[in-house]
Design a protein around this ligand. Structure first.
Ligand code: NIG
Ligand code: FE
Length: 410
């Protein structure tokens, strides 16, 4: 058995429990001073505070040097596996083209689909491993990854196999989501209904059969997939045993949040344009609001009403949405900064939003998302005396050391 001691923790700050936090509980964090953590074979064995040390001998000691320690961050929403990039869209944006204008002209997601179809599994794995390294270096220790740049049987399966291999090869814990309905592919132009039917009859059963995804997601959006097509898809996915996520109200509110709440989706994502009825549906459905502030920043849109959703007792999570189009940044710390500055969330609420709430929204709340005995020893030693400093020093990477399953990985 390997025993590791993490000592000299100035403040250990963490939400608690294996469930998501909402309302006033979203802002409740435990704060222990002069703390130490004993880890056995990657699992937290004991946490004590007040300058005392756990008993026994240790194979390794890690000195936190008086800094703040939190759980490893959980990124609950990424589209991390893709071919190419789309830096040329900057000029199109500057010339006034909107996100959906670019997509409807055959670019945007469809541009990435062309490049992703051309890429081999090995090329996608190499590129994505680099992204995962970068994320770990910034304090993220668990991430969700969506498919959705293949848009046909062969290429969606290819992406899901890549995602599975990333989880096997990398220290990052990876949770796979199938997102075949991310856009209507060129072969089905003008035939969104038929594309959804093909997904339901051909792709979803195969994904289930090979156990390649835990969640299913869809881009419910004006001129992408309408509410009726979305309902057909999520009903089919649910009947096959998948849990649900919906990209809802990113640009236009066309019923995505209402559908998410009604179907008991685990999370609804984006929510920039969410309405009162959408919020009521999420609250009733127990659906987590997965808010993506760096996407609002990059699309130059307004920000999801996260504060209001906390008041409405909807659990709020904050994720990166890393993808080549609407958010080419995987920096979850920047999303933390925006959570405070734009959503007006407190540092405690934001910590909950990037740890236990997304962990629960990807079904990992029982193993990660808080620092407690019995959970995985995934944690960040920040280059900061308190978490407020991390919320404040935007633009710098504040993660000093990152520990994954008890091992120092940064
Ligand atoms: O979450 N909106 C849909 N999907 C992504 C963007 C994908 C892309 O532009 O490549 C998002 O914003
Ligand atoms: Fe997304």
């Amino acid at each position: 058995m390997k025993r590791t001691l993490i000592k000299n923790i100035g403040i250990l700050q963490t939400p608690s429990g294996c469930y998501s936090h909402k309302g006033s509980k979203q802002g409740v964090n435990v704060k222990m001073t002069d703390a130490a953590i004993a880890v056995e074979d990657g699992i937290i064995k004991e946490i004590i505070e007040g300058g005392r040390l756990p008993e026994g001998d240790f194979d390794e000691e890690i000195d936190a040097e008086g800094n703040v320690v939190t759980p490893g961050l959980v990124d609950g929403h990424t589209h991390l596996v893709f071919g190419g990039y789309r830096q040329h869209e900057i000029a199109m944006k500057l010339a006034g083209a909107g996100y959906l204008d670019i997509l409807n002209a055959g670019g945007g997601i469809l541009d990435t689909v062309r490049k992703t179809r051309e890429a081999t599994e090995e090329e996608l794995i190499q590129k994505s491993m680099g992204f995962l390294d970068e994320m770990v270096g910034m304090g993220v220790t668990t991430t969700e990854i969506k498919s959705g740049y293949g848009l046909d049987y062969e290429n969606e399966m290819k992406l899901l196999r890549v995602i599975r291999e990333l989880g096997e090869k990398h220290c990052m814990d990876v949770v796979p989501t199938f997102m075949g309905p991310h856009a209507v592919p060129p072969e089905y132009e003008g035939k969104g209904d038929e594309y959804i039917e093909m997904i339901c009859s051909d792709i979803l059963p195969a994904v289930r059969q090979e156990n390649l995804a835990e969640f299913c997601d869809i881009f419910t959006e004006d001129s992408v997939f309408n509410a009726e097509q979305s309902r057909k898809y999520v009903e089919c996915a649910k009947s096959l045993g998948f849990e649900l996520k919906i990209h809802a109200d990113e640009i236009e509110a066309i019923g995505g949040s209402e559908l998410a709440g009604e179907m008991g989706a685990t999370s609804a994502e984006h929510l920039i344009a969410i309405t009162e009825s959408g919020m009521n549906a999420l609250a009733e459905g127990g659906t987590t609001a997965m808010c993506l502030p760096a996407t609002s920043f990059y699309l130059d849109k307004t920000y999801a009403p996260a504060r209001k959703m906390i008041e409405k007792c909807i659990p709020v999570a904050i994720a990166s949405d890393f993808n080549p189009g609407s958010c080419p940044s995987l920096n979850l710390q920047f999303a933390v900064n925006l959570g405070c500055l734009k959503y007006k969330m407190t540092p405690e609420e934001v910590l909950t939003a990037v740890t236990i709430n997304p962990a629960c929204a990807i079904n990992r709340g029982n193993i990660v998302g808080t620092l407690e005995e019995g959970k995985q020893a995934d944690l960040v030693i920040w280059d900061a005396p308190d978490f407020e400093m991390v919320c404040y020093r935007f633009g710098s990477n504040m993660a000093k050391h990152v520990i994954k399953k008890g091992q120092l990985v940064k």
